[in-house]
Design a protein around this ligand. Sequence first.
Ligand code: ZN
Length: 429
Amino acid sequence: MKILFKNISYIDENFAVQEHSDILIENEHIASIGKDIDVDGCDKVIDGDNKLLSPGFYDIHSHIPMSLLRGYAEDLKLQEWLMDWVFPFEAHLNSEHIYNGTMLGIAEALRFGIVSITDMYMDTAAIAESCAETGFKASLALMAPVGSSSDPFPYAGAEDILKKWHKAEDGRIIVNAAVHAEYTTRREFVEAVAAFAKENDLRLHTHISETAFEHEECKQRHNGLTPIAYFADCGAFDVPATAAHCVHIEPEDIIIMKEKGVSLATNPVSNGKLSSGMAPLEDCRKAGINIGLGTDGVSSNNALNMLADLRSMIWYQRIKYNDPTVFDAKTAWKLATRNGALAQGREDCGLIKEGFRADLIMFDLDKPYLYPRFNILNNLVYSAQGTDIVMTMVDGKILYQDGEYTTLDLRKVIADVEASTKAILQKLN
Ligand SMILES: [Zn+2]
């Protein structure tokens, strides 16, 4: 399969915008970038007039099936929201509900230019099935199935999931070891997951210091160890890890993260919505920590609109540091694209470069708010809308273009989600 983007603007590997280029995709990869590439032999030619290609977004902290809970419980304190609303709802989920919620999440993700997620949710197999079916890319957490206890680890069936799904679908699906958080697990469990990750050469995903309460409680429970120090002590960072949130980490934590090569998944919209705080990202960036962007679940976002989240992150950081120069346009764009791919361990993803996997999104630049064109990247970061994305390609395959999906039936997905939420509400009442 050969797809040629003809006479198009694109963001190059140095995050500079190049204009009037031809980009040829051959099967999964970016085959060549140049001028006047021959259209002969191409299966599809896409006119690049007033369009721009960017690496797709890597959403490195999500709970994709939580699409089912969008708008279900709002304007509540975190504990009440979780204990009285989210957990009781989740108690009624079965594999079919999780599959349906994931399909809706994938439809939305593709619409907003997300090519890959680092997810954490129950029932890895149901999520993996929907990713495989749609051609979506995902690094999924190895979590216990719904209704079962994940303690002890590995749980029954974990090895089978690993065998079936780790590096499956031409490497699009990766399975990560996962610990939900310090405050929901015991030390023996964290150590067992860490050992299992090491033994099976897996990456690890966890929540760290999302709230000040949780951060301080951890120190009381573990002789002054912060969640980062405690996880390091348990061996959880002896494999490449992604730590979500890190809102309340301390200077010592940043040193440990750098030493251990822990990537940080920041979730600015979720942290703002739940008033958790603003992560010290500029300190982490200066220390050389790989920072990527996450949406978190839509129940605390409430969308998978990475462009909106990126902009929120920039504003929060500038308020936090009282400095309008932090997270400039290039730094921000790289964070949502290449850095995310690196956090997933996908070295050949996240850049528009010959030989790289073709995880691409196309923007329609013909919008009143995207003129004049002093600097296209500035326009993308500060003015563009998530809905300006008109095409999403994963591993060289177009999964979404101009309102149409090639691997899912949106009307059916929506009907299935409505049926699932109705069934759950009936059980709750
Ligand atoms: Zn989360």
